[in-house]
Design a protein around this ligand. Sequence first.
Ligand SMILES: NC(=O)c1ccc[n+]([C@@H]2O[C@H](COP(=O)([O-])OP(=O)(O)OC[C@H]3O[C@@H](n4cnc5c(N)ncnc54)[C@H](O)[C@@H]3O)[C@@H](O)[C@H]2O)c1
Length: 340
Amino acid sequence: MNIIITGGCGFVGSSLCLFLKQNLKNSKILSIDNLSKNYSKFNQKILKKHNIKNKKINLGKFNSLKHVNFKADIIIDCSAEPAVEISKKKIVNVIESNFISTLNILEKNKKDGSKLIFISSSRVYPINNSYKKFQDYKKKKIIPTFTEQDNLKGAKTIYGFTKSASEELIKEYSYSEKIKYIINRCGIISGPGQYGKVEQGLISLWMWRHINNINITYNGYGGKGLQVRDVLFINDFCELIIIQIKNFTKYENNLFCVGGGQKNLINLKNLTKICQKISKNKLKVRKNPKTSIYDVPYYVTSLKKIKKFSNWKPKIYLNEGLKDIYKWMILNKPKINKFF
Ligand SMILES: NC(=O)c1ccc[n+]([C@@H]2O[C@H](COP(=O)([O-])OP(=O)(O)OC[C@H]3O[C@@H](n4cnc5c(N)ncnc54)[C@H](O)[C@@H]3O)[C@@H](O)[C@H]2O)c1
């Protein structure tokens, strides 16, 4: 099976390249990535060691895949600028990298007769809905989740808009060009290999700062660290993708909410506690009460639909997942220092 992984030198894409290479025998994988992150070249070298080639292409340019001769059976789209705050500052770049790229990929699907797995984002939901669910969570002592049926109307950030627009474009191409797709709408994904920044990759950033004694700040919502997310660890995500590749027809032309779910829910304060316990280091916490208009206080994934389709469920819980990140960081500290 020939597989193209776009964004193959990013966190999710490189993990997937290596996982599929190891677990899908007879697969031939090509990564396509413009190496825009400071860690992309490092990941490219790791892929090379495993005989996975990366083609440096800017997917945001019209027709950028026209001359790629590698005929794929399936394309897994993991390329994007994933940081919401960057999408506020670099609107055109983000629309190119996150939306025009989807158009180019769909054209390649059409040319090759290939299938598509698209990694979408929980940020397609309107910001207001997160506030409403957060109120219910605090007042009613329930754990509201976001489902495939939830309303998408309302401001959602430019990043969220590009993901939502890409989802719609994929459905259009599926209707008119018969392209078969699976959309996984993901919440936070984390794990070893993630070089977290303030704007993206909070879980790994938190652990890195604990290991290296760098101050942390609770940003927004009064600076109390009470905002909530669920976390999916990368190995569980890769296992789901393999299941979907092997049983594509069962999942095809469907959208799934994918995340850590209610069992992997955590707020920032408790994340600090776990990081403290694992790293045996207590940091000074700064408080910045001001909330960005692009931030959301709450997101937890409904796993009902994906569980109905499969036996898959997240197996790695928070303590174990954070210990894995800790071990990877300690083992590779000098090599990865410059990427945080
Ligand atoms: N990590 C998460 O928590 C998370 C959550 C939900 C969805 N996602 C989605 O998963 C995918 C991967 O995210 P990630 O965390 O690995 O991010 P990442 O930034 O580590 O990886 C993205 C990769 O895409 C490449 N890229 C960006 N623009 C490109 C362009 N124009 N042409 C070619 N390559 C380009 C980058 O160089 C990078 O290597 C993204 O689509 C993201 O929106 C991630």
